[in-house]
Structure formats: structure tokens, C-alpha cells
Design a protein around this ligand. Structure first.
Ligand SMILES: NC(=O)c1ccc[n+]([C@@H]2O[C@H](COP(=O)([O-])OP(=O)(O)OC[C@H]3O[C@@H](n4cnc5c(N)ncnc54)[C@H](O)[C@@H]3O)[C@@H](O)[C@H]2O)c1
Ligand SMILES: [Fe+2]
Length: 368
């Protein structure tokens, strides 16, 4: 058996009311409070946090869903307005906020520094690394325990990944109460994002027994909890289970990165505006079918989720998505069949696609 390693340095604080631990996490340092400006719930959170911890050195609220070069440049500008540089970033929000925190950590007030690195014009040692405390308000991206951020160049239709072990948050504070008001569609898409992280870490060249354990427990739990949760969004017990499952999925793919379903998703998000969690999950049944019988460890992990008969398991996964109103047919997302076949070929060659253990022929037979 080949040697393997697993590591994740993020200190995790989990539980209802855990947000109260943020003061201890900030520990008297000058902090930047980073969150959205598009929902009143975040006005209340800013007021509560400022009162509990003390006034932030700077508040940055220009975070957009799927952070783009333009939006990140604006966030860096707001960060620079601090005058005195903060010592730590407290990021309160979903994947877009936590990813923006990683960019602020690397760039400080100067987005050009990050852009030059992403475009291959500068080396990693030109980047800064301000510590991050991540407080997720969605249950899905796992960004609170990963060391990378997705950055979208919407104008050039390109997706970049800022990835470096320095961008693991120092601490993740997961408080399921913060997710109780998440609307149904966001609950669904973020939950499916987490399911995709779990499965993508299994059919992955970087999979190992620890990542597989996290992935199996996450996927089993999401398949059970998500349908109940979208029907009962106010149920704190279900919210807690979903957030824990999302965390487990995050711990799984923090060591493997994602694979083909995510590689394919970037095409749909950039060209058809499909929301991340749907774009990265609708192809899971087809990808699962294509990989059955390809690798013993992968089959074993999938059996722990879906039972002995994996073909029937892929069918169940398809029914699970359809019952949640998610089509598993690419052309339903506005892409033509020819473009989809090209997208599959490109996705297999992409950075994440190369993590996929399956074969091109089997994927084309199953997904095209
Ligand atoms: N770095 C990683 O490991 C990683 C992994 C997966 C996805 N991502 C990235 O994360 C982003 C998606 O993040 P997301 O799905 O968490 O959503 P998001 O952060 O993009 O937020 C989407 C919307 O949800 C709203 N929202 C968030 N929390 C809320 C709450 N508690 N109540 C009401 N509204 C709320 C926000 O106001 C926002 O308008 C994408 O850019 C994706 O690429 C990163
Ligand atoms: Fe994702």
C-alpha cells in the first residue's frame, strides 16, 4: 500500500451559540470584520459582533457572490482604508466571504499583488498572510477548513484558485444558528456543494483513509438530512447535522481537492450563470456510474454510502437529486450537447479534472 499523509491545521469550534467564542479568538487583536452588504441579517451581525468584541479597525462589506477581480479589488481598497493595518480578518459569511478573506490575507490593501500571482507574473513569496478567523453562515463550501479561494475573472471567463497552506484559517467557528435563516434555494445549493465535495474526494487520486472516512460520513448524512432540511428550514437539529456534515466534507476535500464534477461546474457557472452548488452536483450520478469498478478503494468507500449494489446506488443518487428539483441533464442548463462534450474534454484536462481517477471513455459514455 502506498504511503499517505493527512493534515489540517484549523482549530474548530462547533456548536449552537459558538459565535460567542469569536471574542476569545480575536484575542484583543486589531481586526477587520468582513461580511456581505446585501441582507439585513448581516447588519445585525455587524452590530452584535462590534458590541461583543469591540469596534473593528475596519469593516469591509463589499463582498459579492462568486468573488470577481473587480469585486476583490474593491474589497482590498476598503481594507486599505483602515489606515492602521488590522492583525486578523474575521470573516462572517458563506464561501464568497471566506474566499474573499483569503484574498485579503494575501493581498492586504493591494489586489494587484494577488492578481499578478494568479496570472503567473509573480511568485508566492510576494504574497502576505494575515491570519483569518472563519465564521460560516452557510453549510456547504467547507472554505473554513480549506487553504484555497476560488477567484472568478468574469470578463475573461476564467476561474483561478489562490491556494497555499498559509491560507488555512487560524480558526473556524461553526454556529448552526447562523444558518437558520438561509433561504431554501441556498440551503439546497450549499448542501449539494458539500455532497459534491465528499464524493469528489473519493474518486480522487489524492484520496486516503482519513479523507475517505470524513467523506463517507458526510455523504451519508447529507443524503439523509438535506431532503428533510429543505422541508423544515427552521429546525436547528437538522441545521446542526447539515453543518457538521459540510464540515466533514470540507475536512475530506481539504486534503484531496475536488475532481471532475467541480472542473465541469466552472464551465456552467462562467458561461450559463449556474449557481455553484447545482453546477457541481448535477453531474454526480453520471460521474459515479462512470467510475464504478475502476478502483477498489473508491468502490469500497462508495459502498459504505450507497450499499453493495453501486449501479443501484447511482440510480438512487439520481432520484435524490431529481426529488430535490435538480435536473441531472446538462442540456437543461442551457448548454448544447456538442459544447457539453467539449466541456467534458476540457474539464478532464483542467487542474481539478486531473484529480479524477476514472477514464475519459467511461465519462463520455455516461455523461455526454
Ligand atoms: N474555498 C473553498 O474551499 C470553496 C469551496 C466551495 C465553494 N467555494 C466558493 O464559495 C462561493 C459560494 O459560497 P456560498 O454558496 O456559501 O454562498 P455565497 O457566499 O456566495 O453567498 C450567496 C448569498 O447568500 C447570502 N447568505 C449567506 N449566508 C446567509 C444567511 N445566513 N442568511 C441569509 N442569506 C445568506 C449572501 O448574502 C449572498 O448573497 C463560490 O464562489 C464558490 O466558488 C469555495
Ligand atoms: Fe464546491
Amino acid at each position: 500500500m502506498r504511503a499517505w499523509t493527512y493534515s489540517n491545521p484549523v482549530k474548530i469550534v462547533f456548536g449552537t451559540g459558538a459565535l460567542a467564542q469569536a471574542k476569545q479568538a480575536v484575542a484583543g487583536r486589531r481586526y477587520c470584520l468582513l461580511t456581505y452588504n446585501d441582507h439585513p441579517v448581516f447588519d445585525k451581525l455587524v452590530a452584535r459582533i462590534s458590541q461583543e468584541i469591540g469596534e473593528p479597525t475596519v469593516i469591509v462589506r463589499d463582498v459579492e457572490p462568486n468573488p470577481s477581480f473587480e469585486g476583490l479589488r474593491a474589497a482590498c481598497r476598503s481594507f486599505a482604508a483602515a489606515g492602521i493595518a488590522p492583525d486578523v480578518i474575521l470573516a462572517v459569511g458563506g464561501g464568497s466571504v471566506i474566499d474573499t478573506a483569503k484574498v485579503l490575507s494575501a493581498g492586504g490593501g493591494d489586489f494587484d499583488r494577488v492578481q499578478a500571482y494568479l496570472e503567473g507574473r509573480a511568485t508566492a513569496d510576494t504574497l502576505l498572510d494575515l491570519p483569518i478567523i472563519a465564521v460560516p453562515t452557510t453549510a456547504g463550501t467547507g472554505s473554513e477548513v480549506t487553504c484555497w479561494a476560488t477567484v472568478w475573472d468574469t470578463a475573461a471567463k476564467k476561474k483561478y484558485s489562490l491556494a497555499d497552506a498559509r491560507y488555512y484559517p487560524e480558526q473556524a467557528i461553526l454556529d448552526p444558528e447562523l444558518t437558520v435563516g438561509v433561504p431554501r434555494s441556498l440551503t439546497l445549493s450549499t448542501g449539494l456543494d458539500a455532497l459534491s465535495h465528499a464524493l469528489e474526494s473519493i474518486w480522487n487520486v489524492n484520496a486516503n483513509p482519513v479523507s475517505a472516512s470524513h467523506a463517507v460520513s458526510a455523504a451519508r448524512e447529507i443524503i439523509e438530512v438535506l431532503p428533510a432540511l429543505v422541508g423544515n428550514p427552521g429546525d436547528i437539529g437538522l441545521r446542526t447535522r447539515m453543518m457538521r456534515a459540510s464540515l466533514s466534507a470540507g475536512l475530506a476535500f481539504s486534503n484531496t481537492k475536488t475532481a471532475l464534477a467541480h472542473s465541469l461546474s466552472y464551465y456552467l457557472t462562467l458561461h450559463h450563470g449556474t449557481v455553484h452548488g447545482i453546477a457541481c452536483s448535477f453531474s454526480l450520478p453520471a460521474i459515479m456510474r462512470s467510475v464504478i469498478g475502476h478502483d477498489d478503494d473508491c468502490d469500497a468507500a462508495l459502498r459504505r454510502i450507497f450499499g453493495e449494489d453501486l449501479e443501484a446506488g447511482a440510480e438512487r443518487l439520481e432520484t435524490f437529486l431529481r426529488n430535490l428539483g435538480v435536473s441531472t441533464t446538462a442540456t437543461d442548463y442551457g448548454v448544447t450537447r456538442d459544447n457539453w462534450v467539449r466541456a467534458i474534454d476540457d474539464a478532464l484536462l483542467g487542474e481539478r479534472g486531473r484529480n479524477f481517477i476514472g477514464s475519459r471513455e467511461a465519462v463520455l459514455a455516461s455523461a455526454a
